[in-house]
Ligand binder design. Structure first.
Ligand code: 6GU
Length: 223
């Protein structure tokens, strides 16, 4: 999978892809992540990419021309499955969206800033608008990292068996059951006896029941 991320602050997104699991995915060639400084497509000498809104009002608007030039240049090089605009008014990211995107080949992420983008960018290029939750960030960059992380970890060869995405919370619409490791007793707090029983069928049943109990308690909307 190749992800092209367009932003005025690409440096904000470098370290997540240079660390741990995402770094390994990039090093293995399973995921390619390319950053594009939007100012490089600015059409004026001040490298400006935003301007005042028609009709007045507070805040600046990201101009259509630099964004169109950048996206058009990328599209001339390969076919893209989706051009995703990261914005708080998009659809809220969930596991199903991550799963769907993980089978695509080429994605563009456009990070919003200021008051947002000229509406005509949406008509021209944007195929999906995604938010990561009902709160406002300073820009789409951290959201782009969250989205990329949720997608890249699903690509074949990224997680090992122990980290398998198949047992994640949400992958089957249930939260994960409680987990424990050594020691067996800590400050009087004991590991549930059943997990020490060696009876794998009983352990599997217990884990399922606990997953249902915890989901009912914390996230009944998932059931
Ligand atoms: Cl994608 N962008 C911004 N600026 N804020 C957000 C968001 C995105 N998702 C949640 N809050």
């Amino acid at each position: 999978m190749r992800i092209d991320i367009i932003s005025v602050l690409p440096e904000l997104m470098e370290s997540p892809f240079q660390t741990s699991i995402l770094k390994r995915a990039v090093d293995k060639g399973v995921a390619e992540v390319h950053f594009h400084q939007l100012r490089n497509w600015s059409v004026n000498k001040h490298r400006q990419i935003d301007d005042e809104p028609y009709g007045g009002g507070a805040g600046m608007v990201m101009m259509i021309e630099p964004i169109d030039k950048c996206i058009s240049e990328l599209k001339a090089q390969r076919d893209y499955d989706e051009v995703i605009y990261l914005t708080p008014d998009g659809v809220t990211l969930n596991q199903k969206i991550a799963n769907t995107l993980s089978i695509k080949n080429n994605l563009i992420f456009l990070c919003g800033h200021y008051k947002g983008i000229d509406q005509r960018v949406r008509e021209l290029h944007i195929t999906k608008e995604i938010s990561i939750g009902d709160y406002v960030l300073t820009g789409g960059e951290l959201a782009a990292c969250v989205l990329a992380d949720s997608v890249i970890r699903l690509l074949p060869g990224v997680l090992n068996d122990e980290q398998s995405a198949l047992t994640d919370s949400f992958q089957d619409d249930l939260l994960s059951p409680p987990i424990y490791t050594r020691p067996e007793v800590y400050k009087g707090l004991e590991v549930p006896k059943i997990l020490l029983s060696g009876n794998s069928k009983m352990i599997e049943d217990w884990r399922y029941e606990e997953a249902v109990r915890i989901t009912t308690e914390k996230r009944p909307d998932l059931l």
